[in-house]
Design a protein around this ligand. Sequence first.
Ligand code: ZN
Ligand code: ZN
Length: 341
Amino acid sequence: MREWRYDPIQKRWIIISTTRQQRPVAWQPGEEVPTPQVDCPFCEGREGETPPEVFAFRTGGPNEPGWRVRVVPNKFAALQIEGELERRGRGMYDRIRGIGAHEVIIESPDHECCLSDQTDAHISLVLSAYRQRLRDLMSDTRFRYVLVFKNHGREAGMSLSHPHSQVIAMPVTPRTVAIELQSARDHYARKERCIFCDILDQELEEMQRVVELDDDYATLCPYASRFPYEMALLPRRHMADFATLTDNQLSSLARHLKRVLQRMKHGLGAPAYNLILHTAPNTSGTQGRRDYWVTLGEDWHWHIEIFPRLTRVAGFEWGSGFYINPQPPEEAAARLRAIEV
Ligand SMILES: [Zn+2]
Ligand SMILES: [Zn+2]
């Protein structure tokens, strides 16, 4: 069973997906050892154990060894790619069939090498795979949003220890992104400026919360960070859609991201983390709502959010949606800046 269900009170969609019950859990509670290489379906030479690849940087034929980055459908996908959406309502409840794409970007044939230890050139290939999947999935008009994210480490929800990212294309815009899109559109409507560019200008003037800075990108600890060492990475020049990055911009991003990940690894004791890409929504299937996205190119600014998993979310956060952050972002940024990389 796979379906989207709408909660009319909280105004959010939930995915009910029983296929997720069958997936291998590599890390049992209390067990410290990640999946051994010998059982790993993502390792080179075991290509037959994943669904056939949808994309790869490789030499040689598909689904054989000889690849550097490989993208496959998730074997235990929360959503299914085939079929129509079949939007339905019954009484109080709205549902959509569990349509979506759920893919795994296997970042390297090397089981042991985490993303932060890869070369700049290899990180650039991984980011290039992000771009390729975004371009491809955004051409499917059923999808409103394509989310690329990475769970690193058990506390961040990683179920197989081989380094990988995930892509989920979905027929609804996630609420967190929808709120950001609305704020950006409102700000633009009032000031004819991008809210992210305005924040970036102020941050670069104050230099209190900046972690990493070069000609093309800035990473900072947000003013109202929810978690210790939460970070946001943004391009310094306005750009709405990650999928439009050039190869040069990708290489520069890889260099910047590596330095940020290295700071986190060496400064915070190699914590588990989540990395989330918030790119532009897919406007190709929104006939009738075209006016809605009319300023998207000017008001939206893609960014990457990084959350080291150092604290746990508990009852207060669940109950209130408020967060208590024990670490001021100014202090967090100063500590991360001081790390030698
Ligand atoms: Zn592996
Ligand atoms: Zn901007």
